[in-house]
Design a protein around this ligand. Structure first.
Ligand code: PLP
Length: 234
């Protein structure tokens, strides 16, 4: 362990446990069981060594938003029992690489990406996916509109190598997260009407996970509050 890591580890552990306490408090406040909430640590821009430290602290669910970084860290840490969540915009021509490295893809936002991920599947391999919902009015943002979500969900359901687990969203910058997450909850209900097993709601980041928990989030994607500020890159 380098001196740097030795100095960093206690604070990483402290930040992780502080967040877990806040998650548990928010869950109880919302009348929910903290055990039904999965905390994914977003490690983008941080080195694989940080993911290894997190693993030593008991973290098993990690998130990355860029395919190359996902592929390289997952490759380096392949011997660890980690679940890799891909949470970034996905290029169709990177579907094979994403599928090889990710256990869950949160950012499925179009039929063509679903088709591409399905096409590269090994025979009996099933990939967990979430349909990403765009909660803004800006069509350039990632995700499908709430109105188009059921059609995309139906398409995913027609592809045997994809398992639809639910929905994912990022709260808009110009709106209270609570009202945005309330809309997401409605979309989640309509998707669950098509696929009863699609129960996941991936929502909530460092700045809004309390509101996400109140609105029924099952999977939180928390980065900087746990890892510290991201190294200045990309
Ligand atoms: C970076 C990122 C997060 C985590 O953000 P923090 O504010 O650092 O917690 C969550 N979701 C997505 C899609 C991200 O890109």
């Amino acid at each position: 362990m380098t001196l740097d890591q030795a100095q960093q580890s206690p604070s990483l552990a402290a930040r992780l446990s502080a967040i877990d306490t806040r998650i548990a408090d928010a869950a109880r406040l919302a009348g929910r069981d903290p055990a039904e909430i999965t905390r994914i640590v977003v490690t983008k821009f941080h080195p694989a060594s940080l993911v290894r430290e997190l693993h030593e602290l008991g973290v098993r669910e990690v998130g990355e938003n860029r395919q190359q970084e996902l592929t390289s860290k997952q490759g380096e840490l392949a011997e660890l029992d980690l679940r890799w969540h891909f949470i970034g915009q996905a290029q169709t021509n990177k579907a094979a690489s994403i599928r090889r490295s990710a256990d869950v893809v949160h950012s499925l936002d179009r039929d063509r990406l679903a088709d591409a991920l399905d096409r590269v599947a090994d025979s009996d391999d099933v990939l967990d996916v979430l349909v990403q919902i765009n909660l803004t009015d800006d069509e350039g943002r990632g995700g499908v509109s709430p109105a188009d979500a059921p059609a995309l969900a139906e398409h995913v359901l027609s592809l045997p190598s994809l398992r639809l687990r639910g929905v994912m969203a990022v709260a808009p910058l110009d709106e209270e997260p609570a009202s945005a997450f309330a809309r997401l909850h409605d979309v989640a209900e309509s998707v669950r009407g098509l696929a009863p097993d699609a129960t996941w709601i991936s929502a909530g980041m460092t700045g809004d996970f309390v509101e996400a928990i109140a609105a029924g989030a099952t999977h939180l994607r928390i980065g900087s509050a746990i890892t510290g500020p991201r190294p200045d890159r990309g």
